[in-house]
Ligand binder design. Structure first.
Ligand code: ATP
Length: 448
């Protein structure tokens, strides 16, 4: 049941190349180990990137945990007991089909190429073999198979392994969810498209436990698909660039009886942004079997004991950042000058407010520093006194700073400042004492 969606290419100025350049130039994303020539598809987030990342996670956590009464948080370890991955099926099933080109030696995921020849050189390909995506290492000083541990390929299993702990300590009642944000690792065969697919990334996942009942399952599945879709729109993605795509039976993961991808229109075409899966009681059943623990829930009303079913929305932090940056990117002309402007939803903007003295004299810089220090207790801020005021505005537009406060000669007389809006470029005058309230109303988490 995919949405009607005729569009296959994006309109507008952004390309991957423009975005990658902006990210590097402005300290949003750097290639990992840049000084050594990089390390296959791993990326570091610079001073502005980390702020964007924190905001994306905050937007998810607030809407998925804090604003709700039916979801709790958790933070489990990256290492889990190796039997976790046996029970979850990852050791057996978390594989991609790998093919090699006999001529140019490049490797590909067999399910991502069309035809049976090498997409690079047209050479002959080897037969596909299954390649497990989990990274291995050793726990303790002895490097042998008995000490092998895995870097988690998803955060979900840490939630299932703690199901009993949460039920026993938190007075929860079905339906309820447990949410977690954290690093995951996958030894991807092919990495591509900047931070879209990397080997180390962060996930935001929530396991929503429900009564084992098909109608209940369908209701919550639809609920979470819609809720997640709307979240993306609320924080700045264009509805035209989003669609729901339901997996066919042959495509479903080993644990799922139904999955919908929320897909986004990247410059390289439609691709997965987030997945919402029906996991049934697969994971709890498997862990109960493997651990000998009960992992059931007692339903007071029904006077019945059972293992709940699960609906899971799972989103990559890095992939969400890519989508938010792509849809924020814009180019326009202000006062006859071209500018790049990142139209981030203000809550996601890395810097919320920049402070500028109009002149570098008359006490204006000192006043501007004081105003910045006051604002910094509430918002991420920047200070800039270099070059013409227009150039300074454009430097902030380029990283999506939604507001600018300018200290001018009138400020020195009456303690008022101008507040400039990134999108309209209009300015309004406010007393310094009103700024925190005004800005909180415009960008605060409670703004809507
Ligand atoms: P694909 O089919 O593209 O390999 P998947 O279906 O295996 O992805 P899930 O296991 O559903 O992905 O992971 C949930 C979410 O985690 C994805 O929707 C995506 O946002 C993110 N994600 C998964 N793998 C990666 C990766 N290698 N790099 C960045 N984000 C990822």
């Amino acid at each position: 049941m995919s949405d009607e969606q005729p569009m296959t290419a994006r309109k507008g100025a952004v390309t991957m190349e423009k975005l990658v350049n902006l990210c590097k130039r402005r300290g949003i994303v750097f290639p990992t180990s840049d000084i050594y020539g990089g390390l296959g598809a791993t990326y570091d987030y610079g001073p502005l990137g980390i702020e964007l990342k924190r905001n994306v996670k905050e937007a998810w956590w607030r809407e998925m945990v804090q604003f709700r009464t039916d979801v709790l948080g958790l933070d489990s370890a990256i290492f889990q007991h190796p039997r976790t991955w046996e029970a979850s099926g990852h050791l057996q099933n978390f594989t991609d089909p790998l093919v090699d080109c006999k001529s140019c030696k490049q490797r590909f995921r067999a399910d991502k190429i069309e035809g049976d020849r090498c997409p690079e050189c047209g050479g002959e390909l080897t037969a596909a073999r299954q390649f497990n995506l989990m990274f291995k290492t050793f726990m303790g000083p002895v490097e042998d198979t008995a000490n092998t541990v895995y870097l988690r390929p998803e955060t979900a299993q840490g939630i299932f392994a703690n199901f009993q702990n949460v039920v026993d300590t938190q007075r929860v009642k079905l339906p309820f969810g447990v949410a977690q944000i954290g690093k995951s690792f996958r030894n991807e065969i092919t990495t591509e498209n900047f931070i879209f697919r990397t080997r180390e990334f962060e996930q935001m996942e929530m396991e929503f436990f429900i009564r084992p009942d098909p109608a209940e399952e369908e209701k919550w599945y639809r609920y979470w698909v819609d809720f997640r879709f709307n979240w993306h729109v609320k924080y700045g993605l264009k509805p035209d660039h989003l669609r729901r795509r339901e997996h066919g039976t042959e495509e479903l993961s080993h644990y799922s009886s139904g999955t919908t991808d929320i897909e986004f229109l990247y410059p390289f075409g439609w691709g997965e942004l987030e997945g919402i899966a029906k996991r049934g009681s697969f994971d709890l059943d498997q862990h109960a079997k493997a651990s000998g623990k009960d992992l059931t829930y007692f339903d007071e009303e029904a006077k019945a004991r059972y293992r709940p079913w699960v609906i899971e929305p799972a989103l990559g932090v890095d992939r969400a950042m890519l989508a938010f940056m792509l849809d924020a990117y814009d180019e326009d002309v202000v006062e006859n000058e071209e500018r790049i402007v990142m139209r981030f939803e203000p809550r996601l903007a890395p810097v919320k407010v920049a402070v500028y003295p109009l002149l570098r004299k008359g006490g204006q810089p000192e006043k501007a520093h004081a105003v910045r220090a006051m604002l910094a207790r509430h918002f991420t801020t920047a200070y800039d006194q270099a070059g013409s005021i227009g150039r300074r505005y454009r430097r902030q537009d380029e990283v999506g700073t939604p507001f600018g406060v300018t200290i001018d000669h009138q400020t020195m007389e009456d303690d008022t400042v101008t507040l400039r809006d990134r999108d309209t470029t209009t300015q309004e005058r406010y007393p310094i004492g009103a700024l925190v309230d005004v800005l909180n109303k415009k960008i605060g988490w409670g703004a809507d």
